[in-house]
Design a protein around this ligand. Structure first.
Ligand code: CA
Length: 219
């Protein structure tokens, strides 16, 4: 899953960035509102963590502009503990949830997981399909009740496919979820991870849809 982190405070930004990357998210970090606006016009994200007090363009304006373009990407706003008005303004401008600063990092991760779950049309916290189950909170993967160890990249490919059985994701869409701006992308990476997943989870879980991409079939 690929996230956009919008945060102008260097220390907070670095802390959150490290934590999100350690939790296997691909993250792009921008430090002002104009950069955030540009990133959101040029790249597709699974979620935005948006600080509201930003240089150059206010976070609320970034959010209003995103929603005016009818982009559905989940937005989690970060606001100060004492500013109820700001939280209300953010939610009414199209944010999906808020998190208070200073962050409780475990709570932040849980709110991100909850929004990603809702965005994929699910309410249940563990994804189960055809004998394979994954738990985004613990990163546990089970096949027929037996634990299986996946690499971080394999996880990043499997999660969006298993979250929405029947939906085809192109190689480019999967690459977007795997890499942030700073990463080098090798052209056959997605194929390599799919190959690894098939070896670990069985050959029939992920189908190759010729010329289009990959999917986990519904039944
Ligand atoms: Ca700020």
């Amino acid at each position: 899953m690929r996230l956009l982190l919008v945060e102008d405070d260097t220390m907070i930004g670095e802390t959150v960035l490290d934590m999100l990357r350690a939790d296997h998210y691909a993250v792009d970090w921008v430090r002002d509102g104009e950069m955030a606006d540009t990133a959101l016009r040029t790249q597709t994200y699974d979620l935005v963590l948006l600080d509201l007090g930003l240089p150059r363009l206010d976070g609320l304006d970034v959010l209003r502009s995103l929603r005016a373009r009818r982009v559905l990407t989940p937005v989690l706003i970060a606001t100060a503990r004492d500013s109820v008005q700001q939280r209300i303004a953010g939610l009414d401008a199209g944010a999906d949830d808020y998190v208070l600063k200073p962050y409780d990092l475990d709570e932040l991760l849980a709110r991100i997981r909850a929004l990603l779950r809702r965005a994929s049309g699910r309410a249940e916290p563990v994804y189960e399909h055809k004998g394979v189950s994954i738990n985004p909170a613990t990163r546990e993967v089970m096949v027929d009740g037996q634990p299986v160890v996946l690499s971080a990249r394999e996880w990043s490919v499997l999660e969006p496919l298993l979250a929405r059985p029947g939906m085809v994701l192109s190689r480019a869409q999967l690459e977007e979820k795997l890499y942030s701006w700073k990463d080098e992308i090798s052209s056959d990476a997605v194929e390599v991870y799919i190959h690894g997943l098939r070896k670990k989870l069985g050959p029939e879980l992920i189908l190759n849809v010729r010329g289009v991409g990959y999917m986990v079939p519904k039944s």
